[in-house]
Design a protein around this ligand. Structure first.
Ligand code: 13P
Ligand code: SF4
Length: 327
Protein backbone atom coordinates (compact mmCIF):
# COMPACT_ATOMS: atom_id res chain seq x y z
CA UNK A 1 0.00 0.00 0.00
CA UNK A 2 1.18 3.49 -0.76
CA UNK A 3 2.25 5.69 2.12
CA UNK A 4 0.30 8.56 0.56
CA UNK A 5 -2.77 8.64 2.73
CA UNK A 6 -6.10 9.93 1.70
CA UNK A 7 -7.90 11.72 4.50
CA UNK A 8 -10.56 8.97 4.44
CA UNK A 9 -8.08 6.20 5.16
CA UNK A 10 -6.55 7.80 8.23
CA UNK A 11 -9.33 6.88 10.72
CA UNK A 12 -9.46 3.36 9.32
CA UNK A 13 -5.70 2.90 9.61
CA UNK A 14 -5.74 4.36 13.10
CA UNK A 15 -8.44 1.87 14.14
CA UNK A 16 -6.36 -0.99 12.66
CA UNK A 17 -3.25 0.21 14.48
CA UNK A 18 -5.06 0.44 17.82
CA UNK A 19 -6.60 -3.03 17.38
CA UNK A 20 -3.20 -4.54 16.50
CA UNK A 21 -1.52 -2.84 19.47
CA UNK A 22 -4.16 -4.39 21.74
CA UNK A 23 -3.79 -7.80 20.13
CA UNK A 24 0.03 -7.82 20.33
CA UNK A 25 0.20 -6.37 23.85
CA UNK A 26 2.11 -3.35 22.50
CA UNK A 27 2.53 0.21 23.70
CA UNK A 28 2.94 2.91 21.03
CA UNK A 29 5.40 5.69 21.88
CA UNK A 30 5.75 8.73 19.60
CA UNK A 31 8.09 11.70 19.55
CA UNK A 32 6.68 15.23 19.37
CA UNK A 33 8.03 15.58 15.79
CA UNK A 34 6.01 12.67 14.41
CA UNK A 35 3.26 13.17 11.82
CA UNK A 36 0.02 14.35 13.49
CA UNK A 37 -1.90 11.17 12.54
CA UNK A 38 0.84 9.06 14.15
CA UNK A 39 0.92 11.18 17.32
CA UNK A 40 -2.85 10.85 17.61
CA UNK A 41 -2.74 7.05 17.67
CA UNK A 42 0.06 6.77 20.26
CA UNK A 43 -0.31 5.83 23.93
CA UNK A 44 2.31 8.40 24.84
CA UNK A 45 3.74 11.39 22.95
CA UNK A 46 6.73 13.20 24.38
CA UNK A 47 10.31 14.40 24.24
CA UNK A 48 13.43 12.22 24.24
CA UNK A 49 13.67 12.07 28.02
CA UNK A 50 9.97 11.33 28.52
CA UNK A 51 10.12 8.59 25.89
CA UNK A 52 13.16 6.99 27.57
CA UNK A 53 11.27 7.01 30.85
CA UNK A 54 8.09 5.57 29.33
CA UNK A 55 10.09 2.86 27.55
CA UNK A 56 11.73 1.84 30.80
CA UNK A 57 8.52 1.94 32.87
CA UNK A 58 6.03 0.16 30.62
CA UNK A 59 5.01 -3.38 31.53
CA UNK A 60 4.06 -4.14 27.90
CA UNK A 61 6.35 -6.64 26.20
CA UNK A 62 6.27 -4.90 22.81
CA UNK A 63 7.19 -1.25 22.24
CA UNK A 64 6.32 0.25 18.86
CA UNK A 65 8.62 3.25 18.71
CA UNK A 66 7.55 6.08 16.44
CA UNK A 67 10.68 8.19 16.36
CA UNK A 68 14.20 7.78 15.02
CA UNK A 69 16.59 4.86 15.39
CA UNK A 70 18.68 6.08 18.34
CA UNK A 71 15.48 6.56 20.36
CA UNK A 72 14.30 2.99 19.75
CA UNK A 73 17.83 1.80 20.49
CA UNK A 74 17.77 3.65 23.83
CA UNK A 75 14.48 1.95 24.73
CA UNK A 76 15.96 -1.43 23.79
CA UNK A 77 19.09 -0.79 25.90
CA UNK A 78 16.92 0.05 28.90
CA UNK A 79 14.60 -2.94 28.40
CA UNK A 80 16.57 -5.70 26.65
CA UNK A 81 13.91 -8.26 27.51
CA UNK A 82 11.26 -6.33 25.55
CA UNK A 83 10.68 -6.33 21.83
CA UNK A 84 11.34 -2.81 20.54
CA UNK A 85 10.07 -2.21 17.02
CA UNK A 86 10.57 0.79 14.74
CA UNK A 87 8.27 1.09 11.72
CA UNK A 88 11.21 2.08 9.47
CA UNK A 89 14.72 0.92 10.39
CA UNK A 90 16.21 3.60 8.11
CA UNK A 91 14.85 6.50 10.18
CA UNK A 92 18.23 7.89 11.25
CA UNK A 93 19.47 11.21 12.62
CA UNK A 94 22.05 13.58 11.12
CA UNK A 95 23.19 14.60 14.58
CA UNK A 96 23.77 11.02 15.74
CA UNK A 97 25.74 10.49 12.52
CA UNK A 98 28.07 13.39 13.35
CA UNK A 99 30.13 11.38 15.85
CA UNK A 100 31.20 7.73 15.59
CA UNK A 101 32.68 5.51 18.28
CA UNK A 102 36.22 5.72 16.73
CA UNK A 103 35.84 9.55 16.59
CA UNK A 104 34.95 9.65 20.28
CA UNK A 105 37.73 7.23 21.25
CA UNK A 106 40.32 9.41 19.48
CA UNK A 107 38.94 12.54 21.19
CA UNK A 108 39.08 10.84 24.61
CA UNK A 109 42.69 9.77 24.00
CA UNK A 110 43.59 13.45 23.54
CA UNK A 111 41.94 14.32 26.90
CA UNK A 112 42.68 11.51 29.33
CA UNK A 113 40.71 11.83 32.57
CA UNK A 114 37.98 14.03 31.05
CA UNK A 115 34.33 13.16 31.71
CA UNK A 116 32.38 12.34 28.54
CA UNK A 117 28.87 13.79 28.28
CA UNK A 118 26.88 12.91 25.17
CA UNK A 119 23.48 13.95 23.96
CA UNK A 120 21.13 10.98 23.76
CA UNK A 121 21.15 11.54 19.96
CA UNK A 122 24.05 9.10 19.52
CA UNK A 123 24.48 5.45 18.58
CA UNK A 124 24.67 2.68 21.18
CA UNK A 125 28.41 2.31 20.41
CA UNK A 126 29.00 5.96 21.28
CA UNK A 127 26.91 5.63 24.44
CA UNK A 128 29.05 2.64 25.43
CA UNK A 129 32.04 5.05 25.61
CA UNK A 130 30.09 7.75 27.46
CA UNK A 131 29.94 8.63 31.18
CA UNK A 132 26.66 10.59 31.16
CA UNK A 133 23.92 10.98 28.58
CA UNK A 134 21.80 14.13 28.44
CA UNK A 135 18.74 15.33 26.57
CA UNK A 136 17.88 18.93 25.77
CA UNK A 137 15.64 19.07 28.86
CA UNK A 138 18.34 18.11 31.35
CA UNK A 139 21.74 18.86 29.75
CA UNK A 140 22.53 21.84 31.99
CA UNK A 141 21.33 20.00 35.14
CA UNK A 142 23.49 16.95 34.36
CA UNK A 143 26.59 19.10 33.73
CA UNK A 144 25.93 21.09 36.96
CA UNK A 145 25.67 17.75 38.78
CA UNK A 146 29.07 16.67 37.41
CA UNK A 147 30.72 19.93 38.52
CA UNK A 148 29.08 19.64 41.96
CA UNK A 149 30.26 16.04 42.39
CA UNK A 150 33.73 16.24 40.85
CA UNK A 151 34.69 19.88 41.28
CA UNK A 152 34.33 22.99 39.12
CA UNK A 153 37.57 22.37 37.22
CA UNK A 154 36.45 19.02 35.84
CA UNK A 155 37.33 18.65 32.17
CA UNK A 156 34.25 17.71 30.14
CA UNK A 157 33.98 16.42 26.59
CA UNK A 158 30.48 17.42 25.42
CA UNK A 159 28.92 16.29 22.16
CA UNK A 160 27.82 15.95 19.54
CA UNK A 161 25.66 19.11 19.27
CA UNK A 162 27.66 22.34 19.28
CA UNK A 163 24.66 24.63 19.81
CA UNK A 164 23.44 22.66 22.82
CA UNK A 165 27.06 22.70 24.09
CA UNK A 166 27.23 26.50 23.75
CA UNK A 167 23.92 26.80 25.61
CA UNK A 168 25.14 24.58 28.48
CA UNK A 169 28.37 26.63 28.70
CA UNK A 170 26.28 29.79 28.94
CA UNK A 171 24.05 28.38 31.72
CA UNK A 172 26.90 26.90 33.76
CA UNK A 173 29.36 29.73 33.06
CA UNK A 174 32.10 27.16 32.38
CA UNK A 175 33.97 26.08 29.27
CA UNK A 176 33.85 22.50 28.04
CA UNK A 177 35.40 20.79 25.03
CA UNK A 178 32.48 20.80 22.58
CA UNK A 179 32.21 18.55 19.49
CA UNK A 180 31.27 20.49 16.35
CA UNK A 181 28.29 18.34 15.29
CA UNK A 182 24.87 19.69 14.44
CA UNK A 183 21.37 18.62 13.48
CA UNK A 184 20.78 19.81 9.91
CA UNK A 185 17.16 20.72 10.72
CA UNK A 186 17.87 22.85 13.79
CA UNK A 187 21.13 24.31 12.45
CA UNK A 188 19.03 25.56 9.51
CA UNK A 189 16.96 27.81 11.79
CA UNK A 190 19.14 30.88 11.39
CA UNK A 191 19.45 34.20 13.21
CA UNK A 192 17.77 35.79 10.15
CA UNK A 193 14.63 33.69 10.84
CA UNK A 194 14.45 35.17 14.31
CA UNK A 195 14.98 38.72 13.00
CA UNK A 196 12.17 38.30 10.47
CA UNK A 197 9.65 36.69 12.85
CA UNK A 198 10.49 39.25 15.55
CA UNK A 199 9.63 42.02 13.10
CA UNK A 200 6.41 40.25 11.99
CA UNK A 201 5.21 39.50 15.55
CA UNK A 202 6.48 42.21 17.86
CA UNK A 203 6.05 41.29 21.51
CA UNK A 204 5.67 37.55 20.84
CA UNK A 205 7.39 35.05 23.12
CA UNK A 206 10.21 32.90 21.75
CA UNK A 207 10.37 29.16 22.32
CA UNK A 208 13.79 28.03 21.16
CA UNK A 209 15.19 24.53 21.09
CA UNK A 210 18.83 24.71 22.21
CA UNK A 211 19.93 22.70 19.13
CA UNK A 212 18.97 25.65 16.89
CA UNK A 213 21.47 27.58 14.82
CA UNK A 214 19.80 30.75 16.09
CA UNK A 215 20.09 29.90 19.80
CA UNK A 216 23.54 31.45 20.31
CA UNK A 217 22.52 34.69 18.62
CA UNK A 218 19.30 34.93 20.66
CA UNK A 219 21.33 34.52 23.87
CA UNK A 220 23.53 37.34 22.60
CA UNK A 221 20.48 39.57 21.88
CA UNK A 222 19.27 38.92 25.43
CA UNK A 223 22.71 39.69 26.89
CA UNK A 224 22.82 42.95 24.88
CA UNK A 225 19.33 43.90 26.12
CA UNK A 226 18.10 43.76 22.52
CA UNK A 227 15.44 41.12 23.26
CA UNK A 228 13.51 41.00 26.53
CA UNK A 229 14.86 38.04 28.53
CA UNK A 230 11.41 37.36 30.03
CA UNK A 231 9.97 36.38 26.66
CA UNK A 232 12.78 34.03 25.62
CA UNK A 233 12.52 30.37 26.65
CA UNK A 234 15.23 27.86 25.71
CA UNK A 235 13.30 24.62 25.92
CA UNK A 236 13.24 20.97 24.97
CA UNK A 237 10.13 19.92 23.08
CA UNK A 238 8.64 18.71 26.38
CA UNK A 239 9.40 22.10 27.95
CA UNK A 240 7.56 23.78 25.07
CA UNK A 241 4.49 21.71 25.92
CA UNK A 242 4.70 22.84 29.56
CA UNK A 243 4.76 26.43 28.27
CA UNK A 244 1.63 25.71 26.16
CA UNK A 245 -0.20 24.30 29.19
CA UNK A 246 0.69 27.43 31.17
CA UNK A 247 -0.37 29.86 28.41
CA UNK A 248 -3.62 28.09 27.51
CA UNK A 249 -6.47 30.62 27.51
CA UNK A 250 -4.14 33.65 27.27
CA UNK A 251 -4.44 34.17 23.49
CA UNK A 252 -0.69 34.81 23.38
CA UNK A 253 1.54 34.58 20.31
CA UNK A 254 4.67 32.45 20.50
CA UNK A 255 7.36 31.96 17.87
CA UNK A 256 8.56 28.39 17.91
CA UNK A 257 12.08 27.57 16.76
CA UNK A 258 12.30 23.81 16.30
CA UNK A 259 11.14 21.06 13.93
CA UNK A 260 7.68 21.96 12.62
CA UNK A 261 6.04 18.68 13.76
CA UNK A 262 6.02 20.35 17.16
CA UNK A 263 3.23 22.68 16.03
CA UNK A 264 0.69 19.84 16.29
CA UNK A 265 1.09 18.98 20.00
CA UNK A 266 1.46 22.68 20.87
CA UNK A 267 -1.78 23.60 19.11
CA UNK A 268 -3.56 20.64 20.72
CA UNK A 269 -2.35 21.73 24.16
CA UNK A 270 -3.28 25.42 23.74
CA UNK A 271 -5.65 25.97 20.77
CA UNK A 272 -6.08 29.69 21.47
CA UNK A 273 -2.34 30.44 21.46
CA UNK A 274 -0.95 31.48 18.06
CA UNK A 275 2.13 29.30 17.55
CA UNK A 276 4.24 30.50 14.62
CA UNK A 277 7.14 28.50 13.17
CA UNK A 278 10.38 30.52 12.98
CA UNK A 279 11.23 28.52 9.87
CA UNK A 280 8.42 26.64 8.08
CA UNK A 281 10.98 24.50 6.20
CA UNK A 282 12.44 22.99 9.39
CA UNK A 283 11.13 19.47 8.86
CA UNK A 284 13.04 16.31 9.80
CA UNK A 285 12.81 13.85 6.92
CA UNK A 286 13.82 10.98 9.22
CA UNK A 287 10.98 11.62 11.67
CA UNK A 288 8.55 11.79 8.74
CA UNK A 289 9.61 8.34 7.49
CA UNK A 290 7.31 6.84 10.11
CA UNK A 291 3.82 6.57 8.64
CA UNK A 292 0.57 4.89 9.67
CA UNK A 293 0.82 2.08 7.06
CA UNK A 294 4.38 1.29 8.20
CA UNK A 295 3.27 1.34 11.85
CA UNK A 296 0.35 -0.95 11.04
CA UNK A 297 2.60 -3.41 9.17
CA UNK A 298 5.23 -3.48 11.90
CA UNK A 299 2.62 -4.17 14.58
CA UNK A 300 0.93 -6.84 12.48
CA UNK A 301 4.14 -8.68 11.48
CA UNK A 302 6.30 -7.72 14.50
CA UNK A 303 9.03 -6.50 12.15
CA UNK A 304 11.65 -3.76 12.48
CA UNK A 305 13.07 -5.04 15.74
CA UNK A 306 15.92 -2.93 17.18
CA UNK A 307 18.47 -5.03 19.08
CA UNK A 308 21.76 -4.03 20.63
CA UNK A 309 24.58 -6.52 21.27
CA UNK A 310 24.47 -7.41 24.99
CA UNK A 311 28.06 -6.26 25.75
CA UNK A 312 27.41 -2.85 24.13
CA UNK A 313 23.98 -2.54 25.76
CA UNK A 314 25.36 -3.30 29.22
CA UNK A 315 27.93 -0.49 29.03
CA UNK A 316 25.58 1.93 27.21
CA UNK A 317 22.96 1.48 29.95
CA UNK A 318 25.27 3.17 32.50
CA UNK A 319 25.15 6.76 31.10
CA UNK A 320 21.45 6.49 30.20
CA UNK A 321 20.50 5.34 33.69
CA UNK A 322 22.60 8.15 35.22
CA UNK A 323 20.75 10.65 33.04
CA UNK A 324 17.31 9.29 33.90
CA UNK A 325 18.21 9.37 37.61
CA UNK A 326 19.49 12.99 37.58
CA UNK A 327 17.13 14.87 35.32
P1 13P B 1 13.79 16.66 22.58
O1 13P B 1 12.47 16.05 22.28
O2 13P B 1 14.44 15.95 23.71
O3 13P B 1 13.70 18.13 22.81
O4 13P B 1 14.73 16.38 21.32
C1 13P B 1 14.61 16.98 20.13
C2 13P B 1 15.21 16.24 19.01
O5 13P B 1 15.68 16.77 18.05
C3 13P B 1 15.19 14.80 19.03
O6 13P B 1 15.80 14.32 17.93
FE1 SF4 C 1 18.04 14.11 14.50
FE2 SF4 C 1 17.60 16.65 14.00
FE3 SF4 C 1 15.87 14.87 13.14
FE4 SF4 C 1 16.08 15.40 15.77
S1 SF4 C 1 15.38 16.80 14.18
S2 SF4 C 1 15.96 13.39 14.80
S3 SF4 C 1 18.26 15.80 15.94
S4 SF4 C 1 17.99 15.04 12.47
Amino acid sequence: MSDLLSLESIPQLQAEVRALAEQQGAVILAHNYQLPEVQDVADYVGDSLGLSRQGAATDKQVIAFCGVHFMAETASILSPEKRVLIPDLDAGCSLADSITAPDLKAWQEKHPGAVTVMYVNTTAEVKALTDYCVTSSNAAAVVEHIYAERGPDTEILFGPDMFLGAYVEKVTGRKMHVWDGECHVHAGIRPSDIERTRAEHPGADFLIHPECGCSTSVMEYVAAGDVDADGVHMLSTGGMLDYAAEKKGSGATAIMATETGMLHPLRMAAPDVDFVAANEAASCKYMKMITLPKLRDCLRDLTGEVKVAPEIAERARVPIERMVAIG
